[in-house]
Unconditional design. Structure first.
Length: 747
């Protein structure tokens, strides 16, 4: 539990001069004794909180006399202000304090405050959240639009630039559930109190807040809940009660709105508020309520019980309101006891990130391959995460427009198609995907990069003509280490540059210009392909497959399937039909698992073109999967086995030869298994944990598991079988990893 100090004193609190002495003295103590923050409010035109009309001015003064404690507005009534002024003023304080400010946004509650901006009262809550977003942008250095004195729109940024990259933001709530939820949606912290809610209601509000955080892409524990608590600690319970009762009642009396709320809570009509005896009764009952359940008033042990209770319901910080009228020296004495209480609940900071990284911030941008993105789109559990993103960068493979359409139906994030090889420091081009894109181009060059589409004579091709993609600029690497011949072939002198030594990299990719200079990617000019993010030279696979004693000729190609993931298919000529598993096991001795073809097709001969080369376009497409040649095809299958077989066949397009084939051994992958999981859920109506799809990797074991799931049978009876299956999978994986490492070392 963190501890901070909170100020909200009544102007007429018995102090005739040196009105800010208590603020300065207690803040100085907090700064020296490890308190997390000092909060000051914004109040106008009323003695209740009347010492604090502008928290930024007060915070600027405190910045001059402190070194450690955070200086927070608790709160800014943002609908009274232009966000430009909020960003400017608090950036000044951030600089003066060395980057120690934080701001809680409030919508305002007193109509008279809005004499400063009458048009902001009706929609004050909506305005508050709009202002919060604008302040965030300004804080990051972005511009916002405003109409200037000539009636024209101007883009303006604020100065000075703050020290903190991100402004720590809270939302102030008096107990309204929707405000808690909206704070969670925005990823903000929450500042609240017990004036309009009790502890059980606060617990429910915190639960709703953390749920909203999680549903909007934030970690559930990334947001902090700070609770304002009237605080005075002494050694004797009864003495504390006597010291605080009078000042506390007078403090409440200074706020007519508070008294009305208290009267409503205990069923007293507002018309009775003119009766002094009624008011006194209300104040007495209010004090008893706070004394018993809603404040840190009493001995250290009693207050520790309260802190423990609040910590259990999810409160992260006790914002201790200390200026409610008790004599100043008594407040200082109480503050020392509060410091001792704070030590009991000290937060271990040894494992916290460095300054500027405290708390887990939400993921707003991801970079992934289309294969990974497809897997997330297919998984219903990932859709809320995708919906919460602001930017998605996609690259490493061709980006199908059908996948882009699916993503746009889930999220409003900006989606960029990225292009660039490792040889030019990865990204060289980009394209922001638009709704009008029927096919997705790879875009235009990024800064300090030049891209050309050239013919065989290194001349720029006309619009619409196909050519080779060459990349120049500062991102071009020096070449391949220890491979001078290959470097000379791929890295050539830049004929378009006036600087000596500039080079172009020949990517091996084909492209064409659109009329606006945007480039379309058309594929590889050689036989290098990408499968699930891995760059694969088809010739490397062919070189190993041809070494098999029963293979006389072979060719490997990439084929497309329904879902556009693509897969490797090996065609071979042999005197006899070879089992797929035999060929797969053979290749695993030389190649990593991602280079193993999913399909093997035996041919009597390879089709040739007129010039004698293998005609890849004439290679037959593997037929739809069937069990007609399976050793157990004649065995009658259960309804669930037929459903699983159908899903494997139609979605993963695997060459299934038997009911005991292992999904991953015959070419299945994690992308396909997610899609099969979704399909099986639709076909069976069962909620199938994705992890169990890995636990039961054959048609027979998966079908048996689904039957048990449907009947409600306790599947724990199969733990032994499941454990054996998992261990077998682990052993296979370890062998493949070892072979991959051995291959890498050999190369």
């Amino acid at each position: 539990m963190d501890f901070s100090l909170f100020f909200f004193s009544s102007y007429e609190s018995g102090i005739t001069d040196d009105k800010y002495k208590l603020l300065l003295d207690t803040t100085s103590y907090a700064d020296r004794h490890g308190f997390s923050a000092v909060w000051t409010p914004e109040r106008h035109f009323h003695e209740f909180g009347g010492l604090f009309p502008n928290p930024s001015i007060v915070a600027a003064a405190l910045a001059m006399v402190t070194k450690n404690v955070q200086l927070r507005a608790g709160s800014i009534v943002s609908p009274l202000h232009d966000p430009l002024r909020i960003a400017e003023e608090w950036a000044v304080v951030d600089n003066l304090s060395g980057g120690r400010v934080g701001v809680s946004f409030a919508s305002g509650w007193h109509a008279d405050d809005f004499v400063l901006r009458p048009d902001g009262y009706a929609d004050r809550k909506q305005l508050m959240f709009e202002h919060m977003e604008q302040v965030k942008k300004l804080w990051k250095g972005e511009a916002i639009s405003r109409v200037n004195g000539l009636g024209k729109t101007a883009e303006v940024k604020t100065y000075p630039r703050p020290l903190q990259d991100d402004l720590p933001i809270w939302v102030t709530s008096g107990g309204n559930r929707e405000t808690f939820v909206e704070a969670g949606r925005q990823g903000a912290n929450v500042l609240t109190h017990l004036l309009g809610q009790d502890i059980p209601l606060l617990e429910a509000n915190i639960h709703a807040y953390r749920q909203a955080l999680q549903e909007n892409g934030f970690s559930a524990d990334s947001g902090k809940v700070a609770l304002m608590l009237h605080t005075f600690i002494g050694d004797d319970q009864e003495q504390v009660r006597q010291k605080v009762k009078g000042p506390f009642k007078e403090y409440l009396r200074s706020s007519l709105s508070l008294i009305r709320n208290l009267a409503e809570d205990i069923g007293i009509d507002e018309s009775a508020m003119d009766d002094p005896d009624i008011v006194e009764k209300i104040l007495e009952m209010a004090f008893n309520k706070y004394w018993q359940t809603s404040a840190l008033l009493g001995t250290p042990d009693r207050c520790a019980d309260m802190i423990n209770r609040l910590a259990k319901i999810g409160v992260d910080e006790a914002a201790c309101l200390i200026d409610f009228g008790v004599e100043q020296q008594e407040v200082m004495n109480s503050l020392e006891r509060l410091g001792e209480l704070k030590k009991r609940f000290a937060v271990d900071n040894s494992n916290k990130p460095r300054d500027g990284y405290e708390g887990i911030k939400p993921v707003s941008m991801i970079q992934c391959t289309p294969s990974h993105l497809s897997m997330m789109v297919a998984n219903p559990d990932s859709k809320s995460f995708l919906a919460s993103l602001k930017t998605i960068l996609v690259g490493g493979e061709a980006f199908p427009s059908s996948l882009a359409n699916k993503v746009r139906n889930i999220t409003d994030a900006d989606i960029y198609n990225m292009y660039g090889p490792t040889e030019t420091t990865v990204w060289s081009m980009m394209h922001k995907i638009r709704e009008s894109d029927h096919t997705i181009p790879i875009g235009k060059p990024i800064g300090n990069t030049s891209v050309y589409i050239l013919d065989q004579h290194l001349r720029v091709v006309p619009i619409g003509a196909v050519g080779d993609i060459y990349i120049g600029g500062l991102g071009v690497s020096r070449g391949y280490l220890g491979k001078d011949e290959l470097t000379a072939e791929r890295f050539i002198a830049d004929p378009f540059s006036k600087r000596t030594g500039d080079r172009l990299y020949k990517t091996g990719d084909l492209g064409k210009y659109r009329s606006d200079g945007t480039i379309d990617y058309l594929g590889r000019e050689d036989f290098q392909v990408k499968i699930r993010g891995y760059r694969i030279e088809l010739g490397d696979i062919e070189a190993k497959l041809i070494m098999h004693e029963n293979v006389s000729e072979c060719v490997v190609t990439k084929l497309e399937n329904k879902d556009e993931d693509g897969y490797l298919c090996a065609y071979y000529v042999s005197d006899s039909e070879l089992a797929d598993q035999e060929l797969r096991t053979y290749l695993l001795n030389y190649l990593p698992v991602y280079m193993i073809p999913s399909r093997f097709v035996r041919l009597d001969f390879l089709p040739l073109s007129v010039n004698g080369k293998v005609n890849r376009k004439a290679l037959p497409v593997p037929s739809e999967v069937s069990l007609s040649n399976s050793p157990d095809h004649a065995i009658e299958k259960s309804r669930m086995e037929k459903i699983v077989l159908q899903a494997w066949s139609e979605i993963a397009q695997l060459n299934i030869r038997g009911m005991e084939d292992n999904f991953f051994d015959i070419g299945g992958n994690s992308v396909a298994i997610v899609k099969i999981n979704v399909n099986l859920k639709e076909l069976t109506g069962l909620n199938i944990p994705i992890v169990d799809m890995f636990r039961y990797p054959t048609i027979r074991t998966l079908a048996k598991y689904l039957e048990q799931l449907a009947s409600g049978t306790n599947t724990d009876n199969d733990i032994q079988d499941r454990t054996e299956s998992i261990n077998q999978g682990k052993n296979r994986m370890m062998k493949r990893i070892q072979k991959t490492r051995r291959l890498t070392i050999d190369e």
